[in-house]
Design a protein around this ligand. Structure first.
Ligand code: SAH
Ligand code: SF4
Ligand code: F3S
Length: 461
């Protein structure tokens, strides 16, 4: 989930010369366009925001670079979901300060959720920080970079960046943010406070982006939103959007993340069942298997409702692969609550799970509650949970041995020379010996072995 990303450049005079709104920095005797380097933390939505920022800055004359050494602007697009995520970023900021020693014109800034979380305090706490820009303020970034140190963290109920074309990275998958913000206010979660209220992009804007992705050679689109299936534009709901996307030529696969169980309507389930391009894979975060904990989390469902939904989904989409998010050590979580969570995991048999220790967050309701589970206890619950999930994942993958899978090829396998890697429809990593297959093509291969994380495959030629 966490990735480093690329970046962007311009000299103000140069920018103006070309009719660009870029900044002017005195970077020495040689006039050139400034470079920007961006590192991205957090979820896919942040990754997609980095593509927006990069696209927006490049139209103002900035050039992306892959190395902070050559950057005039260093930007960290940050996450605030857990304290640990923020600590990492403070650490990284400290390490990046050295770039100003040799090149004092360099501007270092924070964007994203942590920027929105700490706002003005960040500039006070971190002397070498030049700017702080929240998730709804990227449009103003090129202008603001031209001036003094700044903080721009106005949340904007209208901001959907519909007209800001992203600068997509390489790869086979185009990320498309179809809605922003969240209205759910789960008691543990900072997202509604740092991302603001829920708002969707118009259907025609989304479909234009899908068509552009297809024309740009991306065979797969992934719709993104914190509650992606709450998507709505006038009379069109999320199911309608999936059906329209299914008809776009050139797109082979459609995925989305993260749907909220309470927003999983009949229309969305029907679309998953009837649209052949929608992959039989769903990330459906449950967080806990205890009704008491779910109630205190204010998730809006209990375990039997969640399990009924899983049954309906599996009936509609045979072979559906399921993944989830889990939190251990939420305030008040007893050993018996935790056992119920493990039971639910055994019952659902998720293909994969992202598991986290609870982290208290300011602004949230639970942030005001006493923590009742020690760090040690959280750690040991997390370890047992990971152990259980690894067993289940390995079992499910073993059951795949002998079957044929379609793999969308992404590139060379990491650990084996002359092997290719890609994802199956179930979003499992599959590797197989290279036989002239091209990146972006779909190869049908046979599973011959497996681990908890990978399907090892053979081609039948
Ligand atoms: N919108 C998604 C979740 C996005 S946040 C949903 O509702 O399903 C991604 C995951 O981070 C959450 O599903 C949750 O498991 C985890 N998370 C969020 N806040 C957390 C916190 N305070 N402590 C630990 N994990 C947290
Ligand atoms: Fe956070 Fe809940 Fe919104 Fe997900 S639905 S982003 S967990 S508040
Ligand atoms: Fe983190 Fe913000 Fe995503 S808090 S998980 S980067 S929406």
């Amino acid at each position: 989930m966490f990735r480093g990303a690329r970046s962007t450049q311009c000299d103000r005079n140069y920018g103006d010369f070309f009719g660009l709104a870029g900044r002017v920095t005195n970077i020495g005797p040689v006039a050139r366009m400034p470079n920007v380097y961006i590192e991205t933390y957090g979820c896919q939505m942040n990754l997609a925001d980095t593509e927006l920022i990069r696209g927006h800055l490049s139209r103002s004359g900035y050039t992306s670079v892959q190395d902070p050494e050559t950057a005039d602007v260093i930007l960290l697009n940050t996450c605030a979901i857990r304290e640990h995520a923020e600590e990492r970023i403070f650490g990284r900021l400290g390490a990046l300060a050295k770039h100003k020693n040799k090149r004092p014109h360099v501007q270092i800034g924070l964007a994203g959720c942590m920027a929105q979380h700490f706002r003005e305090d960040l500039l006070k706490k971190t002397p070498h920080l030049d700017f702080v820009t929240g998730p709804d303020a990227y449009r103003r970034l090129p202008d603001l970079l031209a001036g003094d140190p700044f903080v721009d963290v106005r949340l904007d109920k209208q901001e959907i960046y519909a007209d800001v074309a992203p600068d997509r990275g390489e790869g086979v998958r185009a990320w498309i943010t179809i809605m922003r913000g969240c209205d759910k206010f789960c008691t543990f979660c900072i997202v509604p406070f740092v991302r603001g209220r829920e708002r969707s992009l118009p259907v025609d804007v989304v479909l234009d982006q899908v068509r552009e992705a297809a024309a740009g050679g991306y065979p797969e689109v992934v719709f993104l939103g914190q509650t992606v299936n709450a998507y709505r534009d006038g009379d069109s709901d999320f199911g309608d959007l999936l059906r329209s996307t299914n008809a776009v030529e050139g797109i082979e696969r459609i995925r989305f993340t993260s749907p909220h169980p309470s927003d999983m309507t009949e229309s969305a389930i029907e679309a998953m069942a009837s649209c052949e391009k929608v992959c039989p894979q769903l990330h459906l975060p449950v967080q806990s298997g205890s009704d008491e904990v779910l109630q205190r989390m204010e998730r809006g469902y209990n375990t039997s409702e969640y399990l009924r939904l899983v049954d309906r989904l599996r009936a509609a989409v045979p072979g559906l692969a399921l993944s989830t998010d889990m939190i251990v050590g939420f305030p008040g979580e007893q050993e018996s609550d935790f056992e119920r969570t493990l039971d639910l995991m055994r019952q659902v048999r998720y293909d994969n799970a992202f598991m986290f220790k609870y982290s208290s967050r300011s602004h949230t309701k639970a942030g005001d509650w006493d923590e009742t589970v020690s760090e040690d206890e959280k750690g040991s619950r997390l370890q047992s949970m990971i152990g259980l999930q690894e067993e289940i994942s390995a079992e499910i993958n073993r059951e795949e041995i002998g079957s044929e899978v379609d793999v969308l090829i992404e590139g060379p396998a990491r650990r084996r020379d002359d092997w290719l890697a890609g994802k199956t429809g179930h979003f499992k990593t599959a590797v197989f010996p290279a036989q002239g297959s091209a990146v972006g093509a779909i190869a049908r291969v046979r599973v011959v072995d497996s681990t908890g994380h990978t399907l090892i495959c053979a081609t039948d030629q």
